[in-house]
Design a protein around this ligand. Sequence first.
Ligand code: AMP
Length: 171
Amino acid sequence: MDSVRKLIRDIPDFPKKGIIFKDITPVLGDPTTMAAITGAFEKEIEGFKPQRIVGIEARGFIFGAVLAHQMKLPFSPIRKPGKLPYQTVKIGYKLEYGEGTLEMHTDGVLKGERVVVIDDLLATGGTAKAACDLVEKLGGKVAGIAFVVELGFLGGRKLLEGRKVIALTKY
Ligand code: AMP
């Protein structure tokens, strides 16, 4: 995953002071690296026997939908509040400062279904944990969680303890 590291762009102080934002948009512009990412994801998660891919808004949609297409699996979105038109389940979670909410359609996961959750980046783990809790609220089983990037120094894996977590590149 050297090409991923080379393409990711550090943007200091975005969206606020003190945060170094890992900009993955150059990765999206490189089809060879995108194919390497989805290939690596598929290899890592096929053992989890997923029946559905769930992607977290917004960059999790990009990697998740491409992976779902490649693996011929259904895809469901987890979104920020007020965006999904049908009946939803919601979950509140803690952000670094303040609170966030995530939503999913009530038919976004079937009971007993094995789900892999995808996002671009694992930071403190709050977002991914909330996504897993939503899947479980609907009766799904979280078979694994996969990220393109992990900011290991933030210790997000602790919040996801007991779950199968994959990250293709670590900082
Ligand atoms: P967290 O809940 O702290 O693990 O944050 C993960 C979510 O916030 C992911 O959806 C990321 O896209 C985004 N995020 C958090 N920190 C960064 C960062 N330094 N660079 C890019 N995205 C980030």
